[in-house]
Design a protein around this ligand. Structure first.
Ligand SMILES: Cc1cc2nc3c(=O)[nH]c(=O)nc-3n(C[C@H](O)[C@H](O)[C@H](O)COP(=O)(O)OP(=O)(O)OC[C@H]3O[C@@H](n4cnc5c(N)ncnc54)[C@H](O)[C@@H]3O)c2cc1C
Length: 499
């Protein structure tokens, strides 16, 4: 089958999936006005793969002889990583870095699991082959996946198996055909626009028999019987006369939902982890999957930083505020955020190394650094756009006014030093949507949490990091100083360890 067209992608979404919003079941996510904009966005991303000007940069020859999306490639060289980054950047630029869960995110995660498939065979020898077959199926059919990792927020003071209320998704039965899952998981972004749902572990599980029902990994079609998605209200403003008033919200609201498993049957062929807390804990770092995924989202973050920087340059140019020193200081901050993201991404490629299976894996630490620092950087980007736009962000009319009876007033009074009225309205509505709207609020929450709780991530980073090299250096320095104080002993020469 190979790379899909947008049309084929949209047709596959009309599968009677059980998606709920605003108190009603959504009949068709491709035509419902709350969902259609984002569905169309993903369709356009798929169509880009067929654009003759982009095909070579976005696809590769899969083993079956068809073209496949480059995000599925198992990198065999740093050049492959760079090509993959190029592909991810094309999609991220097309969505202003605001569509966090474009399909490449999960494609790369699944590739990471497949590259380390042997790791899945500790308890059941079928699972490594299941992972590889599923990866090949998704690569060869250009499947769009979403995922859900986290148990619902019921009582975060207790491990999941000690919760009073039996709400978290768990295995309630095994049959000859597979598993039966009951309960809920939060959150699944993109569920309305994906073909399959990967249900994988995330939070730490106790290595005990009581935790085993919660220790699983599998993937199933979104339209599987008993699988239900209850979405938050969409941020799209249906009452708006023009999408120009909500240029990002109207196209890039990828939706978030709670997932309900109403005795969902999972066939054994799609099971990757079964009643195995030890396998679940630390899965992403142990398999080398995390650096691959971080490489994807660091690229998305670079696109997002470039977009916010471009926006700020444009606003300040329109009203000549970039003449002021402190404004230039804030614009320079945006340059630093962008170039910091780019430098970390490139460093991860330069220091990439093969994993145990020979798959080239980006260096983790530069990517961890972007992962931890990007959320506060993005909040500051929004703040800078607010500071630079100031009252101008609200003293801007609907785009419909450019064709209404008050157009002569609008044309005259809404212009700026370097922008005619229409250009200024378009620009400032874009800035409002990016930095102030509920779409922006959701983006800020996304950046804070999408790859985990920053508090626990910081602890993970600390635990992962090579600390001994630096403690040894301090100890050697102290030994050296002490030896210098001792007139009887010769000072040992300080020999720094090369890094
Ligand atoms: C916009 C958005 C989209 C998302 N999309 C997806 C998705 O597609 N798929 C997916 O699987 N997940 C998704 N997530 C979920 C994301 O993985 C979680 O939000 C994240 O892991 C944090 O977990 P939580 O929200 O349950 O917060 P909680 O764990 O409930 O934490 C809430 C607060 O309590 C503190 N806290 C709670 N427990 C502890 C503890 N044990 N130790 C220390 N501090 C603690 C935290 O530090 C935090 O400040 C998304 C989240 C957002 C916001």
């Amino acid at each position: 089958m190979g790379i899909r067209t947008g049309k084929a992608f949209l047709a596959a979404l009309r599968d009677d999936r059980d998606v709920w919003v605003d108190g009603e079941r959504v009949k068709d996510v491709t035509s419902d006005p709350r969902f259609a904009g984002a569905a169309q966005t993903v369709a356009e991303l798929y169509d880009m793969q067929h654009d003759p000007a982009l095909t070579e940069r976005m696809t590769f020859a899969a083993p079956n002889g068809e073209r496949a999306g480059l995000s599925f490639i198992m990198p065999g060289s740093v050049g492959d990583l760079e090509r993959r980054r190029g592909m991810v950047k094309i999609w991220a630029d097309a969505t202003c870095g605001m569509f966090g869960r474009s399909p490449d995110y999960m494609n790369i995660m699944l590739m990471g699991f497949a590259a380390a498939h042997q790791a899945f065979g500790t308890k059941d020898k079928r699972f490594p082959a299941n992972v590889v077959k599923y990866y090949e199926h998704c690569r060869d059919h250009d499947v769009a996946m979403t995922h859900t990792l986290i148990n619902p927020q019921v009582d975060r003071s207790k491990p999941v198996h000690q919760q009073d209320k039996d709400l978290a998704a768990q295995i309630v039965k095994e049959t000859d055909a597979g598993l039966v899952i009951r309960g809920a998981r939060m959150v699944s972004t993109l569920c309305a626009f994906a073909d399959d749902l990967m249900v994988m572990p995330s939070t730490f599980l106790q290595n005990s028999p009581e935790a085993e029902p919660y220790a699983f990994g599998f993937s199933i079609p979104i339209s599987t019987k008993g699988l239900r998605f209850i979405c938050r209200p969409m941020v799209m403003h249906r009452e708006a006369a023009s999408p120009m008033d909500h240029p990002l919200s109207s196209r890039f609201d990828e939706c978030d939902a709670m997932v309900i498993f109403d005795d969902v049957a999972v066939p054994w062929e799609r099971v990757f982890i079964h009643r195995d807390p030890a396998m679940c804990n630390g899965l992403y770092d142990r398999t080398g999957t995390m650096p691959q995924v971080m490489h994807q989202f660091a690229t998305k973050n670079l696109a997002k930083a470039e977009f916010m920087m471009g926006l700020a340059f444009s606003i300040s140019k329109a009203t000549n505020t970039d003449q002021h020193l402190h404004v230039q200081g804030m614009l320079a901050e945006l340059i630093q955020f962008t170039e910091f993201s780019r430098a970390c991404l490139r460093a991860s490629e330069v220091d990439a190394a093969p994993n145990a299976a020979g798959v080239i894996t980006p260096a983790a630490m530069p990517l961890w650094t972007v992962r931890m620092m990007f959320a506060p950087m993005f909040r500051r980007m929004c703040e800078i756009v607010q500071i630079l736009g100031a009252g101008g962000l609200v003293a801007v009319p609907s785009y419909a006014e450019t064709a209404s009876a008050v157009w002569p007033d609008v044309e005259k009074y809404f212009q700026a030093a370097n922008a005619d009225s229409k250009s200024r309205i378009k620009l400032f509505r874009l800035a409002f949507d990016a930095a102030m709207s509920s779409f922006s609020g959701r983006q800020q929450l996304y950046e804070r949490y999408y790859s985990g709780d920053p508090v626990r991530l910081a602890a993970s980073l600390y635990n992962l990091y090579d600390k001994d090299t630096y403690r040894d250096r301090i100890a050697a320095t102290l030994d050296d100083l002490e030896a210098r104080q001792n007139p009887a002993g010769a000072a040992p020469a300080f020999k720094p360890k090369p890094r």
